[in-house]
Design a protein around this ligand. Sequence first.
Ligand code: GRF
Length: 201
Amino acid sequence: MLRIGVLASGRGSNLQALVEGCAAGHIPGRVVVVVSNNSRSGALARAAGAGIPGYHLSGHTHPGPGELDAAICSTLQAHTCELVALAGYMKQLGPRTLTVFRGRVVNVHPALLPRHGGMGMYGMRVHEAVLASQDDYSGATVHLVTEEYDQGPVLAQCRVPVLPGDTPATLAARVLAVEHELYVKTVGAIARGEIVLPVPG
Ligand code: GRF
């Protein structure tokens, strides 16, 4: 049973997909803790609803960046997390957390990386950029998290077509549906050892 810690800032639909994926047996694992920088996030509400310990850790609760990084890291360690899954987490992870969990942090991004990733590329901005580029396809990417925003090795991708008349909102909805599936499939493959994450060191 893989012990998964989830970091999320907003709505928490990817968190929900992971929780349901575990319950349905698609992931031989369990979401053991949820951390959010947003005390009013849907993610923390969903964690409470599922009986999963949730923590609000942010610049408000821990004003110093080093202090916050240490709090996030020790919370994940206290729950003996083996994998950290970012699910709409809008903050960059600190160096301590990244070092302790090196090679064990994954993220889902709502586009086909390396296209439309990097600093500032989140939410509707991603889908606006896809439409502005007149790409024929968009999709979702699950990748390893490194110090560089959205640049860690890609673990899995899934494509969806961009359709005539798409708005950022219609494209976002089409991508979100495949994100949920892809994240559950990929975390399931990690938990079963079918995707082998790099050994730190
Ligand atoms: C998703 O589109 C995810 O790819 C991105 O942020 C969004 C989070 O949505 N990183 P939710 O909070 O999981 O519903």
